[in-house]
Write a protein that binds this ligand. Sequence first.
Ligand code: VG1
Ligand code: CO
Length: 540
Amino acid sequence: MTTVATSPIAGQKPGTSGLRKKTPVFMGRHYLENFVQSVFDVVGAKDKTFVLGGDGRYFNDRAAQVILRMAAANGASRVIVGQGAILSTPAASHLIRLNRTDGGIIMSASHNPGGPEEDFGVKFNMPNGGPAPEGVTEAIYRRTTEISEYHIAEAQDVDLGAIGRHQLAGMVVDVVDPVADYAALMETLFDFPAIRAMFAGGFRMRMDSMCAVTGPYAVEILENRLGAAKGTVVNAMPLPDFGGMHPDPNPTWAKALMDEMFGPDAPDFGAASDGDGDRNMVVGRGVYVSPSDSLAVLAANAHLAPGYKGGLKGIARSMPTSAAADRVAEALGLHHYETPTGWKFFGNLLDAGRATICGEESFGTGSDHVREKDGLWAILLWLNILAVRRESVAQILHGHFRRYGRNYYSRHDFEAIPVEQADRMMEALRAALPGLKGRDFDGMVVTHADDFAYTDPVDGSVSTKQGVRVLFDGGSRAVFRLSGTGTEGATLRLYLERFVPGPDDLSDDPQAALAPVIRAAHAIAAIAAHTGRSLPDVVT
Ligand code: VG1
Ligand code: CO
């Protein structure tokens, strides 16, 4: 064992989901080591068991060896690692729970591009399988500012390609199949025979794994176990640079899938997932399903899947997510919850049995089967619903709007804004909040404006400054917040929503339906004046 003297490195503050930095930063002297030692200092490693895996991006394999040697030197008794150091985020969450471990370390920067000049990330998940709550991430951050040494074993690499038990400086390393336990869990939740029969009957699907971690999972589950045609899953091989793709499942980055689903020979159902497999985009033939609508449809139909036939305990959504799911909860007589952005805020609700299904507008949906959002889970639940209802995605979606009304929704991202400009804009916006109520922006009258704060109903912890929301007469809304996952400048996220009850006489173009809200939002925040931007970089 070696103890290495080190000194704090600035800027290791974790964001919405763990710590993300440029790969060269992570590969820099003592950087990864400082963060990992800070995690072990805060959560304790002696005699503990952890899960370890990542999304396969550049540096994943090297970082895994470093983390294993550090776990050994810090006294951990056992680490369960996905073969090849691969684990999707939901599969890691499941392994943490299944093996009753003391938590896990997941190497991923999720949807951020991977490669020598792109992004890397590390996050710690708790024994419940979920992302560390704010209190723990803050403690880890504080530790990185005072750290003076880390511990690492002097040892050769463990052969992470070989499934089975290995030894590393007195610690057990169990290399496991990354897919098997996860696939078995999915079989307990969904009606595999019904979905298999649907595929056997000619149902066609396209799954775009975007050269990220879901490839092996999707091939095993969709093609091998459910009988989808060979080749249904494309970009199925996880690559260190994601094949140059941006593994963010949205219409901009999953354009090839969108083109196919809107093209002449479109399959019945299309889906894509992100870098670490926790998010999903769902597309029908000629119809895009917005993530907020997907959450609402899944919640309304979950009882059709065996794992949820007893009904739901409650539904939770992040604040910027549209209120479509709230309408379903109200119709079902269920509690609904509004949390800050980031899956860590759902953990207590799931643990306490207050919510069964959760979702975010950013293509994340999941349930209490793990403590992370789960891309393939959402795709399988959609397949289960399609198999039972025997309707198309478009029919299901339109039926849903007829019954519950429609929450038109879009998110506009303004990327790589100089941090000072973005901060000044948010500051000015916050200062203007008290005077906004009652003001009329071209027919859009403000009924309420605040900076979202959340009190966790289970442990009472309070999170403030979670995004500025401006509500308008008639159920429209604009939300402004800065991203906590970017690694370059600031990203402004502008979330736009407009509710139309009953029969829908608006066009099918959400941007057109939202035009008055978009205009009001720009006027209120003076986005162009502060940032020089009047058009977003990414629209979802
Ligand atoms: C984004 C999304 C948020 C999600 C987070 C992590 O955060 O908006 O909903 O939970 O990414 O997702 P931000 O702070 O950039 O808006 V993942 O799949 O990238 O770990
Ligand atoms: Co992700």
